[in-house]
Structure formats: C-alpha cells, structure tokens
Design a protein around this ligand. Structure first.
Ligand SMILES: [Zn+2]
Length: 331
C-alpha cells in the first residue's frame, strides 16, 4: 500500500528500471511486465502505507527473507551450493552481480533465489562477437592403431559478429533470435591422423620391436669418451613417434634431469625399457600399453645435442646392450 497512484506507477517503473539499468537505452526494444498490473484504491491507515524503497526491494526479491553467507577460505560457488543443498544455477541466480570465478574471502553471498512478484520481460537488440567452433577431419592410415590420434594440424576457433534480439525475464536470458551473422575470422579445421588397425593386448609379448623405425644409430651402448653410455642413441626428426618396444606398464613418465622428458616401461620378467630426451609424452605412470603404442615424440630435452631417442634396456635394473635385444625374443 502506497499513498498515491503516482507512487504506485513509479514503483512499477523502478522495478522495470532494475532489470534494464545496465543496458544502453537505444538497445531496448520493449520492456513489459508479464503480469497485468492493476492499481486499486483502498482505504488504509497511515501505518499501513509502506516505504517505497522497501516495496521495490520486496517486489524484486519476492520475499522479505534474508539469508546471507560470508565466503570463507577454500570456498567456491560449487562447495557453497553443495553445503546449502542448492543447485549451482540457483546460487548463481541469487548472486547475479558476483563472478563465480573470483569470489574472495569475506564476500557476502545471497542464499535466497529471487522470485519477483512482478516479472519484467525485456527485449533488446545486441551486437556481440561469438566464438565459432572448428571442425575436425580425420585421415585414416594403416600403420597406426585405431585408438591412437596425432593432431597433424591444430584447429582454431573463428570469430563472428552477430546481431540478435535477446529476450530476458528478470535479467535471465530466455530467448535469442539471431538476425544476422558476419564472419570476422573463419575457423580453421583441425586435421587428425588415426589408424585402422585394432590394437594388440596391453601386455608384454617377450619380444622387442624397434622403438623408432627409420632412425639412425648415432651412438652405441658401452664405453664412450671415458664414460659409459647406458643406452643407444637413435636420431630422427624432432616430433617423430616413439613406440613402446614391447607392451607393459608405464613405470615413469615425466621430467628426469639430464634425461629430459622420459618414459620407463616395465615389461615383466625383470625387463624395463627407457625412452629419453622426448619433446612430448603421451602416456602416464600406471598406464598399460601395448607393443608399438606411440608413447612419446622425439626431442632434445635434458642433456642432449640434437633431436634423438636415448633408448635403454634394463634387466633387473642393470643396463644391457639394446642392440642385442631389439628384434629378438628376450624372454
Ligand atoms: Zn644416449
């Protein structure tokens, strides 16, 4: 109850304003209330006349109830929603001014989802940039397994400018009609190479294949300039695919000092293999791999003078000459 028709009308306008105040006036096409609003004359005492600002707030929130939460250390929107048994969407709705990504300790969040008594519908015209997804094309080759993928050309998102009419109810978008779309930057199609062969079982076969076919041995196993070379160096272009010499379980995959990026695989029977100086690693510790699986890419990380694979074979932890093991039944 307010004291004049003028006041009642101005309250309705204020409620509408609440949902449009952030927008450019020229962009607004239509601002209406979903409900038919009737202003009635009633007999009332002075005590029954309510304060305008409180009424506006009451109409927008749909309630006088307040329930707040102060953000504590370690909180996220997700954990707070979970704790108060709310949907994440509800919490976001209740805090439309807050950015879920950047809440700070001490921030005050609303736990009551506003359900306005008057639903304001806003239609506005917008011009905005949108991300255009890229397509992925596959090339199938017989020398790879069908669970392996190598991105031969990375895809890129495009950008377009769209003109649209957005319909919002109480500040929440409910419809979007795209009027026109202009491509600013077209997306770039991603090219992926994959195989047609079914992969073998993920276990050791007892036989070692060459982990880097087509490579050149540049340094052999054994004594080398006053030291001892624990493996053999196999040179091939950076980025070339390194294959597991046999199936097994990945023991280690990561950075290892002078070895650079390195992979160790346990093949059973006391045998392990090591692949070092990689530029990229495609497996992780604990993963089971099959013989021939692409596990890494040739690089020159760690102490290395150029792109090559440093390949080691170990039997119960002691290095053996890889040349004597590649291409043979080792157990
Ligand atoms: Zn080496």
């Amino acid at each position: 109850i307010v004291d004049s028709e003028y006041e009642a009308n101005s309250i309705i306008e204020e409620v509408k304003h609440h949902f449009t105040k952030d927008y450019d006036k020229e962009s607004l096409l239509e601002v209406t209330t979903v409900e038919d609003i009737e202003i009635k004359q009633v007999k009332a005492t002075n005590a029954e006349i309510q304060e305008k600002d409180k009424l506006i707030d009451y109409i927008i929130k749909g309630t006088n109830e307040e329930k707040k939460y102060i953000v504590e250390k370690g909180d996220s929107f997700w954990s707070i929603a979970e704790y108060f048994d709310m949907d994440l969407d509800e919490l976001i709705l209740a805090n439309s001014e807050a950015d879920p990504e950047t809440i700070q300790i001490g921030d005050e969040l609303n736990l009551i989802v506003p359900k306005p008594f008057i639903n304001v519908q806003v239609k506005r015209k917008v011009v905005q940039e949108e991300k255009m997804p890229y397509e992925t094309e596959y090339a199938y080759v017989s020398y790879m397994y069908n669970d392996e993928e190598v991105v031969s050309k990375a895809g890129k998102y495009g950008v377009s400018e769209i003109e649209a009419i957005i319909t919002e109810q109480n500040g929440i978008q409910v419809a979007k009609e795209v009027l026109s779309e202009t491509v600013i930057t077209p997306p770039v199609t991603q090219l992926v190479t994959t195989g047609t062969q079914d992969p073998p079982p993920k276990q050791g076969t007892g036989y070692f294949i060459n982990p880097l076919p087509g490579s050149m041995i540049t340094s052999r196993f054994g004594s080398r300039s006053g030291g001892f070379h624990l493996g053999q160096d196999m040179a091939k272009a950076a980025g070339s695919s390194i294959k597991a010499a046999d199936g097994g379980t990945v023991l280690f995959a990561g950075w290892s000092g002078s070895y650079g990026y390195m992979v160790d695989i346990d093949h059973g029977g006391g045998f392990t293999t090591r692949y070092a100086h990689c530029s990229d690693i495609y497996v992780s510790a604990g993963e089971k791999v099959y013989q021939g699986k692409i596990i890494a890419a040739v690089g020159s990380t760690g102490v290395s003078s150029g792109p090559h694979l440093h390949f080691e074979v170990r039997k119960y932890g002691s290095v053996v000459n890889p040349a004597a093991y590649i291409g043979i039944q080792y157990r």
